[in-house]
Design a protein around this ligand. Sequence first.
Ligand code: CP
Ligand code: NVA
Length: 322
Amino acid sequence: MSTLALAVENSERLSVRDCVSDRELSREDVYLILQLAERVKASPGSFARALEGRQLALIFEKPSLRTRVTFEVAMTSMGGHAIYLDHAKPRLGERESIKDIAKNLERWVDGIVARTFAQSAVDELAEHAAIPVINALTDTWHPCQALGDFMTLGEKFGRLKNMKVAFVGDGNNVCHSLMVTGAKLGVSLNVATPAGFEPKAEIVGEAKAIARKNGGKIHLHHDPAEAVGGAQAVYTDVWASMGQEYAAHLRTQVFAPFQVNEALMSRADSGAVFMHCLPAHRGLEVSEGVMDSPRSIVYEQAENRLYVEKALLMLLIENHGR
Ligand code: CP
Ligand code: NVA
């Protein structure tokens, strides 16, 4: 039986027409995506024609391995097609307005997946396009990552509610998405960052309010050992995100005490897993030993990106205009 069986009583439709951040997805939406993703993983052949003849535009201002490949594979393996638009240069809105890009793309394709620096760029695409828009990472959010990660945790532990995850490192896009989506699933998040690198206060407040309703808690710490105590999963991410390369040297010094290594993992639950969205830097945010240990579920996380994205594409594109 599905680990998420308690979930959705009501519908097979999402309450949203886009996925611009974790914020807008209802609790039921999150469960619906995860349940469909489980079905896709169990029986991919059943969905081989689910998006037959559908076209997807992938707009990327930043590099990608996992997100680009999984969205392309997702489309192709469901009978559709993806078109990659490299927007590293010029960035979105520089050659023509974001509104005009949206208004053109909606004439040819059935959905847009966008990885941008500014969250406002994805929001603006969604505002103007009559087709679904999916956030493939911005400076503020990474919803597809959080969905894949909670699918992975659910598989590993057979439950999500009342689980405790420690996020150690930078209070960044991945941290924001884990807090908000986790709160909807009843997962508690302990976040440990150096002072001055906390997640955005507004998003923390929002996650805390959602967590309260679902039986979870969000706590901020500055001591990584304190944060990982009792955690079933220890999660980290790069110390300098895409676009912050200029500050990488300084950050390496500030974040050094936040490395996830064997000593830190020993403070977590005895069966705790190690998680990372990847790309990872062995010897910086994670020791080589932890990254390559049997506790590490990083490649399962990467694999599950494919299934949650297939589910999201089907739910958004198939339901669009119904
Ligand atoms: N985790 C993740 O989104 O990886 P990419 O940057 O390679 O897409
Ligand atoms: N926080 C990282 C995530 C990469 C998937 C970044 O934005 O670069």
